[in-house]
Design a protein. Structure first.
Length: 144
């Protein structure tokens, strides 16, 4: 099945599991999408393989960064009319707190949507949205 067809089917059925499974790193992270109306939340379920520092223990920064990027990617796939995977132009991460060994959530804010470029801010949190563990700022190129 072509990616465009998969995306169309997922949008129509509101079952985004096959979409997550089609992206290898998102599948490795076992990401879940929680969409209620206009509210979008991406969930990174805790798994022992995500621990970067076993002494603390703390989530690996690469897993956190990849989670933020995937959250932005899925947000664009669901909130825009794109038919292909958006391409990352740049991505900056601010690590604010240690990621604890528990589920992590991400909310996405569209800062600006142009014809070919989208600018997003992504906030990852665990205990409360008011206490983010990381912030991502990114630009994605959309299909023309």
């Amino acid at each position: 099945m072509k990616f465009a067809d998969l995306l169309t089917n997922c949008r129509a059925s509101s079952d985004f599991g096959p979409l997550v499974q089609s992206i290898p790193y998102a599948n490795f992270l076992n990401l879940r999408l929680d969409i209620k109306g206009d509210e979008f939340t991406c969930i990174l379920p805790f798994d022992q393989k995500l621990i970067g520092n076993p002494v603390l223990p703390a989530l690996h920064g690469g897993a956190t960064g990849g989670f933020l990027e995937c959250a932005g990617l899925f947000y664009l796939l669901l909130k825009t009319d794109t038919k292909t995977l958006p391409k990352t132009i740049d991505f900056n991460i601010d690590y604010l707190r240690t990621g604890q060994p528990r589920d992590t959530y991400a909310n996405v804010v569209m800062v600006k949507l142009g014809r070919r470029v989208a600018n997003l801010r992504i906030e990852a949190w665990q205990s409360s949205p008011d206490k983010p563990i990381a912030l991502g700022h990114c630009n994605f190129m959309l299909d023309a």
